[in-house]
Design a binder for this molecule. Structure first.
Ligand SMILES: Nc1ncnc2c1ncn2[C@@H]1O[C@H](COP(=O)(O)OP(=O)(O)OP(=O)(O)O)[C@@H](O)[C@H]1O
Length: 219
């Protein structure tokens, strides 16, 4: 479980600090929404270690994350437009960050691509993929990195409706299957309704938990 307790942060010119308190559980998708400028990216930056909290606590399964640098935190980040290396193949993109591209890695890459429905596309250049396929490559990479936490920042916003629904479904099933703690930042109500197991809204620099609409589990 990821736990934030009164995690505090302020940009230099801000008088009042953000003070974030929330819980996110394994196998669940915790959605964060809020108006533009409410602090959603700031929250992800704090969890990722790109912003340094001035007070409060941040722990993962009881381990204090605050002393860890960003690269030492057990998390993957998936953004709106996934930054693949366009000139590299799908397999090379998935392999980025893996220790060695040995035979075992090759097999793992093949398996991960199969899990995200891209089997057989190892040798295609990323530039020749659709937006939805690129997000799948990014998810395959996330699978291989095998981190506890998955942070998603508006990951579906560049996708058409059909691809969006399929990619949502994939995120949900991977979260369950891999036991990830998935945090979804989105101001798209449909994404939140379709995916959220719990839902927080940022208001006045605080996180407020609100009920999840019943449709969440059926779509
Ligand atoms: N580096 C920075 N220095 C100073 N102020 C910042 C900085 N980054 C963000 N802010 C301010 O902090 C507030 C929260 O920004 P943040 O990007 O976290 O909001 P957000 O909810 O992610 O917005 P959006 O939905 O538009 O992406 C905004 O008022 C923003 O202008």
């Amino acid at each position: 479980m990821l736990v934030l307790e009164d995690l505090r942060f302020a940009y230099p010119e801000q008088v009042e600090s953000y003070a974030f308190t929330m819980e996110a559980r394994a196998s669940e998708i915790t959605a964060i929404s809020g108006t533009s400028g409410s602090g959603k990216s700031t929250l992800l930056d704090l969890i990722g270690g790109f912003a340094v909290a001035s007070d409060g606590s941040l722990s993962l399964d009881g381990e204090d994350l605050l002393p860890l640098p960003p690269e030492g935190r057990p998390l993957s980040l998936l953004l709106q437009s996934e930054s693949l290396f366009e000139h590299l193949t799908v397999a090379r993109n998935v392999a980025l960050g893996l220790p060695n591209a040995d035979r075992k890695a090759k097999q793992q890459i093949g398996e991960a691509l199969e899990q995200v429905g891209l089997e057989g596309l190892e040798d295609r250049r990323a530039a020749a993929l659709s937006g939805g396929q690129k997000q799948r490559v990014a998810l395959a990479r996330t699978l291989l990195r095998d981190k506890r936490l998955l942070l998603l920042d508006e990951p579906f916003s560049a996708l058409d409706e059909e691809t969006r629904a399929a990619t949502r479904q994939l995120v949900r099933s991977l979260t369950r299957q891999q036991n990830w703690i998935t945090i979804l930042v989105s101001h798209n109500a449909d994404d939140v309704r379709a995916l959220a197991d719990r839902h927080y809204v940022i208001r006045d620099k605080r996180l407020e938990q609100i009920p999840v609409e019943p449709i969440a589990r059926s779509s």
